[in-house]
Design a binder for this molecule. Sequence first.
Ligand code: FES
Length: 194
Amino acid sequence: MSTTKRSASSKGHNRCMMSRRDFLLYSGAATAVSIIPLTLFAGTSSETEVDARVVGYQRKKIAQLSNLKNHEPVYFQYPDDGPNSVAMLVKADIECGGGIGTTKDVIAFSMTCTHQGGPLTGAYKAQGEHRIVGQCPFHLSTFDLRRHGIMVSGQAFESLPQVLLELDGDDIYAVGVMGLIFGRVENLIDVEVS
Ligand code: FES
């Protein structure tokens, strides 16, 4: 068995708008692993049927919508318990790109700065119509949460990875990550493809 690390997130790293279909594309499978039949070298003498193991982001319940209070972040780990996996869920009380809920104001982001990994926990701010994370304590980068975490000032040049969310009744699930988490070559670790 060969071991290969994979992520679908890097495809859309700098996208500013996203549809539900895109969410699903980024997030991969709804379950962690699925097996699909695959034909290799179709139409040639080497044609082979194999079972392909498809690995996507886990669908992880992280909160209940009814328990959220405006501007009170909830911290969780995603997409795994590996390095730099701390993320923040917040009800921003204003529509945000990628937001869920009736007013599309519930969003989630990585809490590791994309510049050199500065910790952003505790750096959420609501200022007028702006919803930001920053300044990073290391080199003062600030990220705009209403626009998918784009960097608005400071040393970083990559957007803050946005955790993709789905709402199922009152339950909020993390289903993927848009953007590469700092310190990783792929968002998903310990991923195997047979
Ligand atoms: S590590 Fe955050 S701005 Fe440098």
